[in-house]
Each structure stands twice: as structure tokens, then as C-alpha cells.
Ligand binder design. Structure first.
Ligand code: HPA
Length: 251
């Protein structure tokens, strides 16, 4: 993620509220097929500054694929096969931690996975051996540091830590489920953080999450969660996410 023509392209997986990246100078847009099927969108090949970037829209463009139906394996494989070695996953999340309210940006450092029934590994079918990847630190620290220093330089309100609780969706949680997540140590709740991070690790890619809080998690405010609230937080916070991406990737 630094300023060099010789470095491999950086992958960006855009989530809710980030189906396109305006600062990206687009050079090509191509449909891709992988052994796991089709990724969520065409791969957009472009440049941020002089750093090559491959952009993929997690929910499709326009936004139409729900979190439990995203083909995470195809998305990660497509980026891998395009030469990407570092992926920034952008995720809209609910905030559980008191300091993580709407429009707050978080660069989390841990994950608890509550998803189920998703195709969550490349290691299945006819295998020669069993593989258990180490996943102690699910996010690549060096990439986290780059995002953190960009957020600091941009003087944005952000947190450089956080446990991301990945839920199945597509419904939002009950208040009791959020209390359980909180007791477990989760600071954030989202539906798309897993298995994306683990699949990247299986292919030995660097992976980091750039999360935008778009609502207080269920039961953490005095009102129910509305799409209007989520859209307002996206409008307010996504420009900061883009600034971090541009500053950390284009150098
Ligand atoms: N829960 C789960 N996923 C989410 C939320 C939430 O409150 N907000 C945005 N994605």
C-alpha cells in the first residue's frame, strides 16, 4: 500500500455505501469467472495516485446481493488471481461500544464469527492434506498501521481497535443478541466481515477492515434502527472512509 508502480495492485472490496470509488482513475472494467463462480461485480482496474487498484463491489453494482448470499470465495479468488496481495475490506457496521456511534470510523483488530452456512473455506473437496491456517490476528497489522496513520493525518474521529462480531443477517439483531455480543467482547456488529477475512488468509493475502458505523446496534439507542438513519450516517461518514483509502493507498 505505498507509492510505487512496481507494487502489486491493492484490492478494495466496497460494501454498503461504497459501490464506486470516485477518486479512482478507471483503466478497465472486466467480468471475471473463478472456479468458485462469479464474483459480486466486475473487477474495476484503476489507479489511486500511481498505485494500481482493483475494486470490487461486495453487494454488486447496483447493490443487490445480501450478506449471506455474497460469493466470498469468488470475490477473494478473483482479486488474488488479478495479482492483489493486500485487500482493504470496507464494511458498514452497527456500533456496540459507547464511543462508536454513527459516522465513526473503526479499524478493528479482532473478529468473532457468528455466521453459519456460508461457504467459508477454499479447503474442501478432494484434498491431499488438511490445512488449518493460523488466524490469531485476523487483520494484517502492517496494513492496519497504514490506515491508522492515514486516519490520523486526515484528523478524522476514529478508533484504532475493535472486535468485529460477524452475524449472519440479513435481519438486524435483537437487543438481547447485541447484549450477548457485548458480553462476548464485541465492539461492532456487521454481516460481511466473515468469511472474507479468513478466505484472504487462506490464500496468504494481507487483509484489513475499514469499518464505518452506520447505526447504534439494536437496543443501544432509544429508537429502532431505520434505513433513513443508516443512509444519513453513510452520507456523513463515507467521505472520511474515502479520504483514508486515498491517503493510505496513493501515498
Ligand atoms: N447489525 C449488523 N450488521 C449491520 C448493522 C447492525 O446493526 N449495521 C450495519 N450492518
Amino acid at each position: 500500500m505505498s507509492n510505487s508502480r512496481n507494487r502489486p495492485p491493492v484490492g478494495i472490496i466496497g460494501g454498503t455505501g461504497l459501490t464506486t470509488l470516485s477518486g479512482l482513475e478507471i483503466m478497465a472494467e472486466r467480468p471475471v469467472v473463478t472456479p468458485w463462480g462469479q464474483p459480486s461485480s466486475d473487477l474495476i482496474e484503476g489507479c489511486l495516485g500511481d498505485q494500481a487498484v482493483m475494486f470490487l463491489s461486495r453487494h454488486g453494482n447496483p447493490h443487490r446481493i445480501p450478506p449471506h448470499q455474497v460469493n466470498y470465495r469468488a470475490n477473494i479468488q478473483a482479486l488474488h488471481d488479478a495479482g492483489v496481495r493486500t485487500i482493504v475490506g470496507v464494511n458498514a457496521v452497527g456500533g456496540i461500544h459507547a464511543d462508536m456511534g454513527p459516522a465513526h470510523i473503526v479499524i478493528p483488530d479482532q473478529i468473532i464469527d457468528y455466521t453459519w452456512g456460508r461457504a467459508s473455506t477454499f479447503f474442501e473437496g478432494e484434498l491431499d492434506e488438511t490445512t488449518h491456517i493460523d488466524f490469531t490476528w485476523p487483520y494484517t497489522e502492517e496494513a492496519r498501521e497504514l490506515l491508522i496513520s492515514a486516519a490520523r493525518d486526515q484528523k478524522l474521529a476514529f478508533s484504532d481497535f475493535g472486535v468485529y462480531g460477524a452475524t449472519q443477517g440479513p435481519r438486524l439483531e435483537t437487543a438481547a443478541e447485541v447484549l450477548r455480543l457485548e458480553r462476548d467482547g464485541c465492539d461492532l456488529v456487521g454481516m460481511t466481515g466473515m468469511p472474507e477475512a479468513a478466505l484472504a488468509a487462506e490464500l496468504k493475502m494481507n487483509y484489513v477492515c475499514l469499518a464505518l458505523v452506520v447505526n447504534r446496534a439494536a437496543g443501544k439507542s432509544d429508537h429502532i434502527i431505520t434505513m433513513a438513519e443508516i443512509e444519513a450516517a453513510i452520507d456523513q461518514g463515507m467521505s472520511g472512509v474515502k479520504r483514508i483509502l486515498e491517503a493510505s493507498i496513493s501515498g
